[in-house]
Design a protein around this ligand. Structure first.
Ligand code: ZN
Length: 103
């Protein structure tokens, strides 16, 4: 409900197609609670889990801080329910084909 799409900066894969990731791993004592969960698509979930040098930190207010191995930091905020200024990037076309009955 909060995230609506993958929280990786620039990624817009819809939440229904994402993994629910524990910001602090469950194995490390991270709770399965909203304040410790965020949506990441499978690609970005794997980067967070397996790639070296990446850091993801879910802040108390829901912002996600992502640090790349080269030191670049980006923050994403949970999207607004009323207005979302970021357009979908063209490489993430996920729309289902139009319903033939609606034509
Ligand atoms: Zn993603």
């Amino acid at each position: 409900m909060r995230d609506r799409h993958c929280r990786m900066p620039g990624c817009r894969r819809r939440a229904g197609r994402c993994d629910i990731d524990h910001a602090v791993a469950h194995a490390d004592g991270g709770a399965t609670a909203c304040w410790n969960l965020c949506c990441l698509c499978r690609r970005h979930h794997r980067i967070k889990t397996f790639a070296r040098g990446w850091r993801f930190e879910l802040l108390a207010d829901g912002r996600l801080l992502v640090r790349t191995p080269s030191g670049v930091s980006r923050v994403t905020r949970p999207p607004s329910w009323t207005w979302d200024p970021e357009p979908d990037p063209p490489w993430l076309e996920e729309e289902a084909p139009a319903d033939r009955a609606a034509r």
